[in-house]
Design a protein around this ligand. Structure first.
Ligand code: PGA
Length: 229
């Protein structure tokens, strides 16, 4: 099964920095069929990243960091799923803990985004704290649950250098897998130093933000993951 490494740049980097990063990291993915890199630059940088990847094919796919819960229409400031699709977006994060905390997104908003994304052929990557699991699955239509990716991200373990305890990750991934047969990733303080320990867990990938910003550090994570799989 393909292991996923999802790099989330959050609100970091200018366009040239995104392109340099892609240039540096892409060679690590060549001839690597056991691993796929998913990259989530700022929405504004998706067209340039798409143009770069169209002329430098490799197993890197583009991820939006967010999507509108609405279809095209009078929703000032919103970027809808159809617009994301035009720029080669294959996945979109939804319900990241920072969106839930700072932008007050609730479980129903996340479910609405999921519906919009799937109807435009984009796979939602739903971020969940342990407490989100029950209410988030309750808000999602049963028939859509297997068509998403899930990322267990404990908010208290984001942005540091130590992951959540491995037992807690294992237990929470099991909880999520009771609802769905979809892939489940872990995110929160994943670094080149600790990623090997995570590979013993029944996870299908890792979501990396801080340690993805430096190309060399993400390349080290990719290398560890591909050797272990
Ligand atoms: P981190 O963030 O890798 O900096 O802990 C993960 C995330 O918030 O997606």
């Amino acid at each position: 099964m393909t292991f996923l490494v999802l790099a989330n740049f959050k609100s970091h980097k200018l366009e040239g920095e995104v392109l340099n990063w892609l240039k540096t990291v892409s060679p690590a993915l060549k001839n690597n069929s056991s691993l796929k890199l998913l990259v989530a630059p700022a929405l504004l940088h998706l067209p340039a990243a798409h143009a770069y990847l169209s002329t430098h094919p490799t197993n890197v796919e583009l991820v939006a960091q967010d999507a509108s819960p609405f279809p095209p229409g009078a929703y000032t400031g919103a970027i809808n799923a159809q617009q994301l699709k035009e720029y080669g977006v294959s996945y979109s994060l939804v319900g990241h803990s920072e969106r839930r905390k700072y932008f007050h997104e609730n479980h129903q908003d996340v479910a609405n985004k999921v519906k919009e994304l799937l109807s435009n052929g984009i796979t939602p990557a739903i971020c969940l704290s342990r407490d989100d699991i029950v209410p988030q699955f309750a808000a999602l239509s049963d028939d859509l649950q297997n068509d998403c990716l899930y990322c267990f991200e404990p908010p208290a373990d984001i942005g540091g250098t130590t992951t959540a305890p491995l037992d807690l990750i294992r237990d929470t991934v099991d909880m999520i897998k009771k609802y769905t047969s979809a892939k489940v990733l872990y995110g929160g303080s994943v670094t080149p130093e600790n990623v090997a320990s995570l590979l013993e867990l029944p996870i299908d990938g890792v979501l990396v933000a801080t340690a993805s910003l430096e190309a060399s550090s993400l390349t080290a994570i990719i290398s560890t993951c591909s050797h272990a799989r």
